[in-house]
Design a protein around this ligand. Structure first.
Ligand SMILES: NC(=O)c1ccc[n+]([C@@H]2O[C@H](COP(=O)([O-])OP(=O)(O)OC[C@H]3O[C@@H](n4cnc5c(N)ncnc54)[C@H](OP(=O)(O)O)[C@@H]3O)[C@@H](O)[C@H]2O)c1
Length: 170
């Protein structure tokens, strides 16, 4: 491929100078999103509830030359969400280009066994947290002049699975 063509493609697909927050980036889909965004040149902040795993990931990303920072946050907790966005604001000088609401939980039980507490935890983590993070991040997204929000959902949101829980247990 000609050199000019490669450089044109790189400039079209670059995220250099962009900032991103990806919740739940220490494994699975969130981990892959962090690596993809950082690989395109974005500075990324991520969070999870487990400090040791977060530290491990940050070291791995450092070794790969990615610009990734992280902080411990349980997104289902309002005060921790406030702290997360404060951290993101100070790390990225008040500007955020991309918010990826990825962290989520699933109850591995038959529907008849799901308790009110299970339901509150699921809605608090998967719905309320994502909605509130959008609200909290709004000033930062606006300040960047080019803000995007991504919600990670599931095919199970549109197609009924008889045994959805087995899919998450694999
Ligand atoms: N994998 C699938 O087959 C599948 C299918 C459809 C949709 N999805 C969606 O894709 C997204 C990612 O799924 P995944 O399978 O990659 O998940 P995963 O492997 O279980 O990873 C979840 C990530 O989120 C973090 N996390 C979980 N609860 C959190 C909380 N309350 N606060 C902060 N961080 C939290 C986890 O770290 P800690 O546990 O250390 O906090 C981890 O980094 C979710 O939105 C899920 O609904 C996945």
């Amino acid at each position: 491929m000609a050199e000019a063509e490669v450089s044109s493609r790189e400039s079209r697909w670059s995220l250099k100078g962009m900032t991103a927050l990806v919740t739940g980036g220490t494994r699975g889909i969130g981990f892959a999103i962090v690596e993809e965004l950082a690989g395109f040149g974005a500075a990324v902040h991520t969070c999870s509830r487990t400090e040791t795993k977060l530290d491990e990931c940050i070291k791995e990303w450092e070794r790969k030359g990615f610009r990734v920072t992280g902080s411990v946050c349980d997104v289902s907790c309002q005060t921790q969400r406030d702290e997360l966005i404060e951290k993101v604001s100070s790390t990225f000088q008040g500007k955020l280009n991309i918010l990826v609401n990825n962290a989520a939980t699933v109850v591995s039980k038959d529907s008849t066994e799901v308790t009110a507490e299970d339901m509150a935890n699921t809605l608090g983590t998967n719905v309320e947290a994502s909605y509130n993070l959008c609200q909290l991040a709004h000033p930062l997204l606006k300040a960047s002049g080019n803000g995007s929000i991504v919600f990670i959902s599931s095919v199970a949101a549109v197609v009924a699975f008889a045994y959805t829980y087995h899919l998450w247990s694999i």
